[in-house]
Design a protein around this ligand. Structure first.
Ligand SMILES: [Zn+2]
Length: 421
């Protein structure tokens, strides 16, 4: 067989050789026009040979429903592309039997790679949809063709836990994601299916509320023994401060799970007002001339105005006013109602500067919201003696003296002791 082919080939070569020699012999004797025509013919043949040898190929068209959708170089490329396409399809065995393969002669036509062909196979299969798998905690719970459906369902669920007036960040406790995928068109989920898949998921919400509030300045009296009682001069203007409060609250499915974390930042510290107050020749009464029927000296050097009676409801009705409030200007002399011993002299966020005097037999009196105290603990005091300068410190809404009478540890109405009507 091989020998026969070789012989035929050699014989053919000899025939071609002889033909070429006789052709050139004839060409020698031919005129100019024939020579030109012969060269032209050879050139055309050479061009055709080179075109056919480089660009002409046998390829395979892939056809679906009469439409050529891909051209591949071999049947192997097609079968590899089918195998690859199957791996892309989520949760389904895909059928490519409707695809027709046709062998064609193509000239300089590009062919698709395995990867490209697999994508074309999927795009031209009407049972396959290109979209996204919706994954919850590692499990595929649905398929969407449009990512918007997934995003909307997710945002609707998360934003349903938003707290009004707060900046909220909500997230699922499990991992929820969408991944590009091909899937059976019959598995395409409806928006409500995706919403239903998200419905039972736990959502954590972090709500942040920012607020700024004013920090009231306090008025502090500075005693001046060289100035007479009644002398007052503001030496430092008070400036209110402001604080920024960030309250962060964590909710699980809309239920608060821990106490809010409150962070306070001082934006501007208040500047206390300082008043210079004269205390020279301060008002001191001598009991009992000025005293009430119970033997109490009026606790101030001025009459003042009763601005809140004992027992008034406070804090939205949760507690009662434990003393009587007597409105007087800051720096008014506060005096002991009865002789006794100073047992407390301190500052408190509610009472401000305050003094407690023990009068013996289980009776004590308290003087609060002072701008400064002028006595010290352990000091013996007589009725009418200066113990403090009135003010507006602590939880106070205006300059006044808060006066309490305490009997055996419990407050009682100071009105009985001061003859208030
Ligand atoms: Zn009060």
């Amino acid at each position: 067989m091989l020998d026969y082919k070789l012989v035929t080939f050699l014989e053919g070569m000899i025939v071609i050789k002889e033909a070429v020699i006789s052709f050139f012999e004839k060409l020698k004797s031919a005129n100019r026009l024939y020579k030109l025509m012969a060269f032209s013919a050879i050139s055309v043949i050479l061009i055709l040979v080179s075109v056919f040898s480089s660009g002409v190929k046998l390829t395979y068209n892939l056809i679906y429903n009469g439409n050529v959708f891909a051209n591949v170089s071999s049947k192997e490329v097609y079968s590899q592309a089918v195998a690859l396409a199957k791996t892309y399809v989520s949760g389904k065995e895909v059928d490519f039997s409707a695809i027709e393969i046709k062998k064609v002669v193509s000239i300089n036509e590009t062919t698709s790679t395995v990867e490209e062909t697999s994508k074309l196979l999927l795009a031209n299969n009407p049972t396959i949809c290109s979209g996204f798998e919706v994954i919850v905690g590692g499990d595929v719970v649905g398929y969407v063709s449009d990512l918007e459906v997934y995003e909307t369902a997710k945002n609707n669920k998360l934003s349903s836990y938003n707290v009004e007036g707060a900046q909220c960040t909500s997230s699922f406790l499990v991992n929820v994601s969408a991944k590009a995928a091909y899937f059976d068109v019959k598995n395409l989920s409806k928006a409500e299916d995706i919403e239903a898949a998200f419905a039972p998921l736990d959502v954590q919400t972090v709500a942040i509320v920012d607020s700024t509030y004013t920090v009231k300045y306090e008025t502090v009296a500075q005693k001046d023994a060289t100035k007479k009682a009644g002398y007052q001069q503001v030496i430092t203007e008070g400036v209110h401060g402001s604080n920024k409060v960030v309250k962060e609250t964590v909710y699980l499915n809309g239920v608060m799970v821990s106490d809010p974390v409150v962070t306070t930042t001082v934006l501007r510290a208040p500047v206390n007002e300082v008043i210079l107050v004269g205390i020279k020749d301060v008002f001191v009464t001598t009991a009992p001339q000025n005293a009430s029927s119970a033997g109490f000296v009026w606790p101030l050097s001025e009459k003042g105005v009763i601005t809140a009676p004992y027992g008034e409801l406070r804090g939205g009705g949760s507690r009662r006013h434990q003393g009587v409030d007597i409105g007087v200007p800051v720096g008014t002399s506060v005096v002991a109602v009865k002789g006794g011993t100073v047992i407390e002299e301190d500052y408190d966020s509610d009472y401000g500067y305050y003094v407690i005097i023990d009068h013996g037999n289980g009776m004590q009196t308290r003087y609060a919201h002072n701008s400064s105290n002028t006595v010290s603990v352990g000091q013996t005091i007589s009725a009418g003696q200066l113990i403090a300068l009135s003010g507006n410190t602590g939880r106070s809404t205006g300059p006044h003296l808060h006066f309490e009478v305490i009997i055996n540890g419990r407050t009682t109405n100071p009105g009985y002791y001061l003859d208030l009507k």
